[in-house]
Design a protein around this ligand. Structure first.
Ligand code: ACO
Length: 330
């Protein structure tokens, strides 16, 4: 099949902080166990920033690798979109720190906030940006420092999250046999109270006494979020397949947002596909929110599980709630 105006991913890159926090480390911090965390989430360890580090360092490193693998220079980039919930600062944005760190002198740059779906949201915006001007080149980054917004005394959330960054370079191509075929972007604020991070927004003054200290960290009613996540991930996957006259078995690889292995397993069972068709690395990184899918993309390609011409489905779900699915020929 030829895609008339295709948007293709030229390359990817990733970077994570070297510091690793294992389940055994967490056992010393809260009332939990390696066994519980593996059984309920699939996570064994996660990378987290050291105290003196910032996530922009890793966002820039991931971007440099993507540029190098695409054979491009920073000055070739027209636009930088960084999906993040945890920028170094609210101003300047993380995308600006990347722009300056790379020396991407002709690029526009902005951050995008759509929680764990952020990278796929950014990919869809990038798709629109290059379709009618295939010469353009975009750097799309997903970077998170969730460890800085984690309440390390709350065992229901602190076992889940990790830090890291992934990046891709996207461009356009006419009449190509690969690229983005279709996507779904969605949001539903009716249950937003189930997953929140209130401190730091403008509803409250800094250190407002009206806001309890735990509201400066991610708070989640995990069981309820789990139910919504499983339902929504299945719905997006089936809708994208159906409207493109595809069956689950036509897919070569599914890269789901890595939030919980049981959510991924649920989707796999509903699509009735073998384990090999799902890329999973949650055991080593935990949930890195907007960085989760680009890190997985990079590793899937490096491990030879994602190859040129493969039919790829990416699905994500996150706080808000937001959700997204992208179907593409790699
Ligand atoms: N260690 C040991 N026990 C624990 C832990 C822990 N770390 N955490 C919770 N428990 C206990 C609970 O207190 C509860 O005990 P109780 O039965 O005595 O009350 C029991 O384990 C079961 O708790 P549940 O919350 O029902 O556990 P569940 O199986 O649902 O797993 C989890 C919790 C992992 C959080 C799961 O609900 C989940 O993954 N939810 C969805 C997360 C997600 O997808 N988030 C969206 C993206 S995040 C973002 O956008 C930033």
């Amino acid at each position: 099949m030829q895609i008339k105006k295709a948007s293709v991913i030229l390359s990817s890159g990733m970077a994570v902080p070297p510091k690793v926090l294992t389940n055994y480390d967490l056992e010393k911090m809260v009332d939990t166990s390696d066994e519980w965390i593996i059984e309920r989430t699939g996570i064994k360890e996660r990378h987290i920033l050291d105290n003196n580090e910032v996530i922009s360092t890793y966002a820039i490193e991931a971007s440099k690798e993507a540029l190098k693998r695409a054979g491009l220079q920073a000055k070739d980039i027209d636009l930088i979109i960084c999906a993040t919930l945890t920028p170094d600062y609210l101003m300047p944005s993380l995308s600006i720190l990347i722009q300056n760190g790379l020396g991407a002198v002709k690029a526009g740059a902005f951050d995008l906030s759509a929680t764990c779906s952020g990278f796929l949201y950014a990919l869809c915006i990038g798709d629109q940006f290059v379709r009618n001007n295939p010469e353009r080149k975009i750097l799309i980054v997903g970077a998170e420092a969730l460890s800085r917004k984690t309440n390390w005394q709350d065992r229901t959330t602190c076992v889940l999250f990790g830090d890291g960054a992934g990046a891709v370079i996207m461009t356009g191509q006419e009449n190509h046999d690969r690229g983005i075929i279709d996507f779904i972007l969605g949001a539903d604020g009716s249950n937003s109270h189930l997953l929140t991070l209130k401190g730091g927004g403008s509803a409250y003054f800094p250190l407002d006494e009206k806001l309890p200290p735990e509201e400066y960290y991610i708070r989640m009613q995990g069981r309820e979020v789990f139910k919504i996540a499983t339902r929504v991930m299945e719905k997006i996957a089936l809708e994208l397949l159906e409207r493109n006259n595809l069956k689950p078995e036509d897919l070569d690889l599914i890269i789901p947002h890595q939030a919980n292995l049981r959510i991924i397993e649920y989707l796999r069972e509903r699509l009735n596909l073998p384990k090999e068709k799902f890329f999973v690395n949650i055991d080593r990184y935990g949930n890195t929110s907007a960085a989760s899918i680009p890190i997985a993309l990079y590793e899937a390609e490096k491990e030879g599980k994602l190859q040129r011409g493969n039919l790829l489905l990416m699905v994500a779900f996150g706080g808000g709630f937001t959700y997204a699915g992208v179907l593409m020929r790699w």
